[in-house]
Design a protein around this ligand. Structure first.
Ligand SMILES: Cc1ncc(COP(=O)(O)O)c(C=O)c1O
Length: 480
């Protein structure tokens, strides 16, 4: 019998396949463009190739890897493709992948400081590095959470706790002493805010969506009026969520004016900067976070626009004590005598925590802040250039300003006024481009108008890719 510890496979075989996998990843990252960016499979096509029951006995890794290539890869939509322009494009950069591989191998659960001091202390350091890069005040402390959706849920839980209404102890249901809670955001806010309200017992009716102006930004006067009206009608306002970089158009809510209202009304101000907040690392774009230094909490996602493999979201707050009041619940088996250390399990929902700080550390060190600034700056330049091409073509119209790296536009030949027809034509353009495998676009609706969104965010996207997708848009529209 072998005196090697059992690790699920023979260690030498692991070494062999590990090298094969790293070789494949290196080629994949180099050649991501050669794959069709948008998977061409039909629903059920992948599942139908997989056995319905698990294998009773061990299968060879050669076979598993062969099936990965044969069955799984065709069903992949390649987010690493430089022609990925849908949603918010992102990137699994090579340094991030190396960090992720090591984090997986270490398999650390960073719930307590003592369950891996490096995980906790590195998280403290990299979130503070990111805070400095974003120009946020030093009283903000960061915690890494999986997604912006959960970061916002955590922030709004703290906001609810900050009311000191004993919701943690007594809950919300059946209480006659507590009015219905109200939270405010714009009609362009991401769906995750409403989801958080559902989970928190605030309910969808407890979310009041404030209308936006012509540039899709929350109207502060309407916010103030809504709060006054709600208070008169017996609601209990507790938080406002502003967005820096809304999902559809990347608009920026007027945070300074809203911060004034929050200060006056004593409401928690949460900033959703999941995508756009990251632009503040670029010196000439720092103003996108104007007023956010007055926020109670802010989320931004390195997994969106900082080349970090999924998943990695950073929540900053100046009220860690409130966060802990909301979440800390320490059973006997997790009690420690480690003294003044961070036990990140006290800062949110989850107990078990992945070592996400490692990949972020690898990325920030490997790119350097200047390297990251250069890429974000170039993405924004490419978007502005694309916007100029759209503006110069009479058959197209731009439907929103371009503050970051997303362009909203549509095909609109002269004389066609029927919105249904325009929607059909623009949807056809997207569908036909997506089937080419060269580019992947998605859409939104703005004031009822079907809108094509070009989102530049992949690390490998260069001018030639943006020029190519514009050519495809023109070619496909000409065929209609
Ligand atoms: C503005 C904004 N906030 C939040 C989210 C949710 O991000 P996540 O997928 O990290 O939950 C998105 C997703 O695109 C977004 O655009």
């Amino acid at each position: 019998m072998s005196n090697q510890p059992f690790i699920g496979m023979d260690p030498e075989e692991f070494r062999k396949h590990g090298k094969e996998v790293v070789d494949w990843i290196a080629d994949y990252l180099k050649n991501a463009e050669k794959y069709p960016v948008f998977s061409r499979v039909k629903p059920g096509e992948i599942k139908n190739q997989l056995p319905a029951t698990p294998p009773a006995t061990s299968e060879k890794m050669e076979l598993i890897l062969a099936d990965f290539h044969r069955i799984i890869l065709p069903g992949i939509t390649h987010w690493n493709h430089p022609g990925f322009f849908a949603y918010f494009a992102n990137s699994a950069s090579a340094p991030g992948i190396l960090g992720e591989m090591l984090a997986t191998a270490l398999n650390v659960n960073g719930m307590l400081w003592r369950t891996s001091p490096s995980a906790t202390e590195l998280e403290e350091v990299v979130t503070d590095w990111l805070r400095q890069m974003l120009g946020l005040p030093s009283e903000f402390q960061g915690v890494i959470i999986d997604t912006a959706s959960v970061s916002t849920l955590v922030a709004l839980t703290a906001a609810r706790e900050a009311m000191h209404k004993r919701v943690r102890e007594e809950g919300l249901s059946g209480r006659t002493d507590l009015p219905h809670l109200r939270l405010y955001c714009s009609d362009h806010t991401h769906s995750s805010i409403e989801k958080a309200a559902i989970i928190l017992g605030v309910g969808q009716e407890g979310v009041r969506k404030i209308p936006s102006d012509a540039q899709f930004r929350m109207k502060p006067d309407q916010l103030a009026a809504a709060i006054a009206e709600d208070k008169k009608n017996g609601w209990l306002p507790f938080a406002v969520v502003v967005t820096v970089g809304t999902t559809s158009t990347t608009s920026i809510d007027p945070v300074p004016a809203i911060a004034d209202i929050c200060q006056m009304e004593k409401l928690w101000l949460h900033v959703d900067g999941a995508y756009g907040g990251m632009a503040a690392i670029v010196p000439e774009m720092r103003s996108v976070l104007d007023g956010c230094d007055r926020a109670d909490s802010l989320v931004t996602n390195p997994h969106k626009w900082l080349f970090t493999p999924m998943d990695c979201s950073v929540l900053f707050t100046r009220h860690v004590d409130t966060l802990k009041q909301a979440f800390s619940l320490v059973p006997e088996y997790l009690k420690t005598t480690d003294g003044k250390v961070n036990n990140y399990m006290d800062w949110g929902v989850q107990l078990g925590r992945r070592f996400r700080a490692l990949k972020l550390w690898f990325i920030i060190r490997s790119f350097g802040v200047e390297g990251m600034i250069g890429i974000l700056r170039e993405h924004c330049r490419l978007a502005r250039e694309f916007a100029l091409w759209v503006d110069a073509d009479n058959n197209f119209e731009r439907l929103a300003p371009v503050p970051f790296s997303v362009v909203c536009f549509r095909y609109h030949p002269k004389g066609i006024l029927d919105e249904g027809k325009l929607e059909h034509m623009n949807a056809q353009i997207i569908d036909r481009i997506n089937t080419t495998g060269e580019a992947f676009l998605s859409h939104t609706k703005l004031n009822g108008r079907y809108t094509i969104r070009l989102a530049i965010g992949n690390i490998a996207t260069a001018e030639k890719h943006v020029a190519r997708v514009w050519k495809l848009v023109q070619q496909e529209s000409a065929k209609l």
